[in-house]
Structure formats: C-alpha cells, structure tokens
Design a protein. Structure first.
Length: 215
C-alpha cells in the first residue's frame, strides 16, 4: 500500500503524465483497490470517544490523476454515456451482492458499494464514494465523490450527499451508521452526521415537531 501511495503522489506532482503508460497502469491498480474498498478517501481511526475521521489526501490525488489520464469515450451501460474512459460505469454481478433495481441508476467505477446495499432507480454514486453494508439509496438520491456513507443508512428519495474532492485535504461529507436522511435533504459541505443527529426535510421536520406538540 505504501508503494502505491508513493507512486500516486509522485505522478500527481508531475506536469505531464497523460501519455505515460506506466501512469495509467498505476492508476488502474489504484482504481481497483478503490472499487474494492481496500483504500478510501477518509477513514475512522480509533474507537469510542477517541475515534476521529482522517482524510487520505493521496487517494483524492489518485482520483484527480484519473481525470487527467482519461480520454472521452462512448460507453453503453443500459444507457448511452460519453465520459472519461478511466471512470466507466460499474457493472455489477450476483457475486457483488448489491441489489440494483432497473430504471436508470449509475455507479462510477472507483466507488465502493458493499454487499446488501440497495440502489433504487434512478440514483447515482460518484467516484471515491464509500457506501457500507445494509444502506438503501432511494430514487433520485445522489452520493457525491468521496462521500462516506455508513452501515444501515437510509438516503431517502432525492437526498443529496455532496462530494468534496477538492481541496484534497478537506474532509468529505460523512454520514455515519444508522442515519436517516429525509427526502429532498442535502449535505453539500464537509460535515459528519451520526444516528443521534438525523437529517430531516423541512416538511418531515415540521410534521415531526407537530407530532411532538400533540403528545
């Protein structure tokens, strides 16, 4: 892992890498590990009250390197796309144990989607995102680049979890385990939400408040 990290940091610092075959080879190794969840843009270090989130800036550098190396290419994954050839749409199989319901959803290669995740159409997961087990991404929901989504999270219909790819040292949006993100809600800047701080839409929060007043 340290050698891959060093290679990415070195290539990211170079001015011209677009036509270097070794650069693309290194990037593809990096992308595979990102897709498999072996590396991630941010990770939680420690346990309990001492736990803290740490940004892996070199992973963001690797993603940006992929955009530099990529060339526009026509792609077909149920729908027609024109995008960088370094980040094609993922093709899932039964072995992935990810449920992708038909209807126009798209996940970029370089995003980790854990077993038992449910993707309702149409939704989108961008490169560098990490979506953990048991999470549901509902219709029209967005998981932005490098966003970190915990276990058993429910991103309700049209929820927007923004990406923070740049600056590379900035923490991405983090949604921790067991959080409900209400419909049409969004987190666009670096932030962290735990199960003790659910995110409601304006209408659902108002309804929740009215229910409490009745009690």
């Amino acid at each position: 892992m340290s050698s891959l990290k060093s290679s990415i940091e070195r290539l990211a610092s170079l001015g011209e890498v677009e036509h270097d075959p070794e650069a693309r080879k290194t990037f593809l190794e990096f992308r595979d590990q990102l897709t498999q969840g072996k590396i991630r843009a941010a990770e939680k270090i420690g346990v309990g009250k001492d736990a803290r989130w740490t940004v892996n800036a070199w992973v963001k550098q690797g993603i940006l390197l992929g955009f530099r190396l990529g060339a526009l290419q026509e792609m077909s994954a149920g729908l027609s796309f024109v995008d960088k050839d370094t980040f094609p749409a993922r093709q899932f199989s039964i072995a992935d144990r990810v449920r992708v319901v038909p209807g126009g959803s798209s996940v970029r290669t370089g995003a980790y989607v854990a077993p038992s995740v449910i993707c309702m159409p149409p939704m989108f997961i961008n490169v560098g995102a990490y979506v953990d087990e048991g999470t549901m991404i509902d219709s029209h929901a967005l998981v932005g680049s490098c966003a970190q989504i915990g276990k058993r999270v429910h991103l309700s219909a049209a929820a927007q979890v923004g990406g923070v790819l740049e600056p590379i040292n900035a923490a991405p949006v983090i949604i921790e385990d067991d959080v409900l993100v209400g419909g049409n809600c969004g987190r666009a800047r670096k932030s962290s939400r735990s199960a003790q701080r659910p995110i409601f839409s304006t209408l659902s929060a108002l309804a929740h408040s009215r229910r409490r007043r009745r009690i």
